[in-house]
Design a protein around this ligand. Structure first.
Ligand SMILES: *[C@@H]1O[C@H](CO)[C@@H](O)[C@H](O)[C@H]1NC(C)=O
Length: 505
């Protein structure tokens, strides 16, 4: 065996996310580690891929096993030699010929040589093993770095180009950018977050990046019949609406799918209409927030359902601080949400694009203390129904059972609270209808039920059994719209809605 090519280990260079912001690591001449973080140029595609690190590792493993075989063979030779030497030593004791003495010396020399060789091989093997374990460590730290970079990439894409998810799927069509945005609302409302670069930059960051494609989830083509099953007007006037009527929830229909999110940022999310819209917004305006990631700040506004389906937002708002998970609601022209890693409820006014008021929800568990069963920091969930604005959460005192509070939407003061005995972490989601809290049993089972009802008028809690479908197996948001008498849901990238029926009271 020739000298081992250890330098290949040292000179390995990795590209983490090809075609995207890249982290490189290499050793310089002094043997020190150097890191290079590179922002992509459109044509950069010549880097070593992480796959090559795997190949190098496999080569090492192979070399290691060859060394081991050689060493085993040598051990056998050594022990044979030792026997010969011992035999000779025995003969020497009995006074043998000079030729025997000569072969004894030869054997001793050979033994010494072999012993030296063995030591050398063993030390080489040791350094191979060390190099191998270093590579393993490097691989796992690279994987962490890749993860971090992927998250950062998402963030960068969202900042630089808030419409990337919208434009990428319509890559072959003209991108309705500034004109569409500025025409809307008589020019009074201008886009606050258009990317600095315009279409060129968009295509660089959005459509062409290989890493972006990696992030982009598969867009399932939905049958046309499922996309726009009914006009909004029809659904508002449908048999079960009777907009002022209240009653108990008796039936939830099959979900209708309106849109599938384009990329991983939309695995979870919030989408809804404002049940009591304030000018300049209308009952057709749709609001949407992708809620994957640590920096959830963008709120997409669509003129109507058709624009949502086509992927053309009217405007993108950037709220001042990140929101936590997907408990947000839109009500009377404002977005109510929980600030990240806090129990602070924020009211953000869309018209003035500013925070109107924010208030701590005293004692509420947050950031993973009392989430719904699917987790995701769903500790504090806002809700709207015929009675107004609610918040669904838990506290230390309540020991994880659901607490319901009614908010004054102007001051965010808690008007009244109720204790239930429904453990928050055992249910998948909750929503309010006519002052009654309803919980959903499972977020993943295709056929689950609305399983508890707690009536705040009477304080009575009961078990119920109203079938509820999770069409895509990961329902992260379930919210009721009292004006439309519909439940809006976000199920594994898919924006869905359910008709409901209420009993006559
Ligand atoms: C709810 O339970 C907590 C803890 O037992 C108690 O301090 C609080 O007063 C109760 N609230 C209501 C409205 O009953």
């Amino acid at each position: 065996m020739g000298p081992l090519s250890l330098p290949i280990l040292i000179s390995l260079m990795f590209c983490v996310v090809q075609g995207n912001p890249q982290l490189r690591r290499a050793n310089d001449r002094q043997g020190q580690c150097t890191y290079t973080f590179t922002v992509p140029s459109p044509r950069e595609s010549t880097c070593t891929e992480p796959g090559e690190a795997m190949t190098a590792m496999r080569d090492l493993q192979r070399e290691n096993s060859v060394v081991k075989q050689d060493m085993d063979a040598m051990k056998i030779r050594l022990s044979l030699l030792e026997k010969v030497v011992n035999g000779l030593l025995g003969e020497e004791g009995t006074g043998q010929s000079t030729s025997s003495a000569q072969s004894f010396t030869d054997a001793q020399v050979e033994l010494q040589r072999l012993t030296l060789e063995k030591d050398e091989w063993e030390s080489q093997r040791g350094s191979l093993e060390m190099a191998y374990s270093d590579l393993l460590k490097e691989k796992s730290s690279l994987e962490e770095e890749k993860q971090r970079l992927t998250e950062r990439l998402e963030k960068v894409q969202q900042r630089q180009c808030p419409q990337v998810s919208e434009t990428s799927r319509n890559r072959d069509q003209p991108i309705p950018q500034r004109q569409a945005l500025n025409n809307h609302g008589g020019g009074a409302r201008t886009s606050s977050v258009q990317g600095k670069g315009g279409p060129t930059e968009l295509s660089r960051w959005g459509a062409d990046g290989a890493g972006y494609l990696e992030l982009k989830s598969e867009l399932t083509a939905l049958p046309a019949s499922r996309m726009l099953p009914e006009s909004h007007a029809t659904s508002r006037d449908s048999e079960n609406s009777g907009t002022t009527g209240c009653g108990e929830l008796t039936w939830v229909g099959e979900p209708t799918t309106y849109r599938k999110a384009d990329n991983i940022a939309g695995k979870y999310g919030v989408w809804m209409r404002d049940p009591e819209p304030a000018s300049p917004f209308t009952q057709d305006t749709i609001w949407r927030i992708n809620t994957v990631g640590a920096d959830i700040r963008q709120v997409f506004e669509y003129e109507n359902l058709d624009q949502l389906v086509k992927g053309y937002p009217t405007k993108v708002y950037v709220i001042p601080r990140s929101m936590e998970s997907n408990g947000a609601v839109v009500y009377q022209g404002s977005l109510y949400y929980v600030r990240r890693k806090s129990r602070i409820v924020v009211k953000y006014d869309f018209k003035t694009e500013s925070v109107a008021i924010q208030k701590e929800l005293v004692d509420a568990g947050y950031h993973g203390k009392y989430p719904y069963s699917w987790g995701g920091y769903t500790d504090i969930d806002l809700a709207v129904d015929e009675m107004g604005l609610w918040v669904i959460y838990s506290t230390e005192n309540a020991k994880g059972s659901i607490v319901i509070s009614q908010f004054d939407p102007k001051t965010l003061a808690v008007k009244q609270s109720w204790n239930t005995t429904i453990r928050k972490q055992t249910v998948a989601n909750a929503f309010m209808v006519c002052g009654t809290l309803y919980t959903v049993g499972s977020y993943s089972s295709p056929t689950t039920t609305v399983n508890f009802a707690f009536d705040t008028h009477t304080g009575v809690q009961k078990q119920i059994n109203v079938p509820f479908q999770n069409l895509y197996g990961y329902a992260s948001m379930v919210d009721y719209n009292p004006t439309e008498k519909k439940i809006y849901g976000w199920d594994n990238y898919n924006m869905v809605a359910y008709d409901v029926r209420l009993s006559k009271m």
